[in-house]
Design a binder for this molecule. Structure first.
Ligand code: PMP
Length: 338
């Protein structure tokens, strides 16, 4: 029995990805982060950020946690906040999926939608959330804090202390490589640091979507972005505090055309219904497997559950509007009638 929903965060299983493993001759394993109570990897960041603020004496009972998020961190923070007696105020760009906004409202977050503008714009959702936290710290009777997931290294620390440990024990120390995309960088840098402390030669790879600047940074030293991606929750244009002191051994740039068929095949052939960032992650794992050669064990992250994107990535008209290929089964009408 668990004491509360908080104890259900983490200790997720590693699931063998059959097709990716067969195609590469490696063991490609997905850390099933969609099995967290908030259905994403960001429950861990939510928990560690809140516990860290408590330890520092920054959070009072009934206090408010403010955050700018593509949705999943807001969900993770809200699950933990509700269990511990805090409130959340979540600022989200209006481009994010309706399903994530609905989940936040159902969980009881106070949701503020803002137009999606680049980070350098003062009205970017992250900056709006920082200003709002300052304001609420002055006006709320129980105070307010800014979770600040991008530059709060309690996020990365959570992955050093839990995700990396779990991958190490879950593979009995056999992990040869780890791959992930970056939103804040907490997952990639945290798991990298945790695993490298155990085995220096474990290979770490960045899987970057188009439209992000990290592939360019780690291959040429220049923060430069080109193209775009429909994936949500990933794609970074700057070196966040969570990425500070981290360098990947390999960097891959993954177009949506490579990642989406992986997500669509997984749901049809392996019963795994996952979000778009997971497609980028698995495409990255396949590329790392090709670099390392057969016989290696490579771990990546099954970052969130696919029903969160029913209206977008799993919707044929949305895919067509983005000029992306629609898998044949998605358009099929049922053959059985009653
Ligand atoms: N995938 C999804 C679906 C996410 O929501 C996020 C976080 N925004 C990530 C991947 C990236 O995780 P991190 O912030 O730890 O880099």
């Amino acid at each position: 029995m668990l004491g509360s929903v908080i104890d259900a965060i983490g200790n997720t299983p590693l699931i063998r990805l059959r097709r990716a493993s067969e195609e590469t001759g490696c063991e490609i394993l997905g850390k099933a982060e969609f099995m967290n109570p908030g259905q994403s990897v960001k429950d861990r960041a939510g928990l560690f950020i809140i516990r860290d603020a408590e330890k520092r004496g920054l959070l009072r009972p009934g206090g408010v946690i403010v955050e700018g998020t593509a949705g999943n961190t807001g969900i993770g923070l809200t699950v933990v906040a509700k269990a511990l007696g805090y409130r959340t105020v979540i600022v989200i760009p209006d481009t994010q999926s309706q399903e994530k906004k609905d989940a936040l409202r159902v969980l009881g977050a106070e949701l503020i939608e803002v137009p999606a503008v680049p980070y350098k714009n003062p009205n970017n959702y992250v900056k709006v959330s920082g200003r709002l936290a300052e304001q609420l710290a002055r006006t709320e009777p129980n105070g307010a804090i800014w979770a600040n997931q991008f530059d709060n290294i309690a996020n990365r620390d959570g992955h050093i202390r839990t995700t990396a440990e779990e991958i190490w024990t879950g593979t009995q120390g056999k992990v040869d490589g780890f791959v992930s995309a970056v939103g804040t960088g907490g997952t990639l840098a945290g798991v990298a640091m945790g695993l490298k402390a155990k085995r220096k030669d474990v290979k770490i790879a960045l899987a970057d979507p188009l439209g992000a600047a990290l592939y360019s940074f780690y291959t040429t030293g220049e923060l430069k972005a080109e193209g775009s991606s429909i994936t949500e929750g990933i794609g970074q244009g700057r070196i966040t505090a969570n990425l500070d002191g981290f360098t990947p051994d390999f960097s891959f740039q993954i177009p949506d055309e490579e990642a989406l068929p992986i997500v669509f095949d997984l749901v049809q052939e392996e019963g795994l219904c996952l979000g778009g960032s997971t497609g980028i992650n698995i495409a990255g794992a396949i590329r790392l497997a090709r670099e390392l050669g057969p016989g290696h064990t490579i771990v990546t992250v099954l970052a969130d559950y696919g029903t969160r994107y029913q209206s977008k990535m799993f919707n044929p008209s949305f895919l067509r509007s983005k000029n992306l290929p629609v898998p044949e089964w998605m358009d099929r009408t049922p053959e059985i009638s009653v």
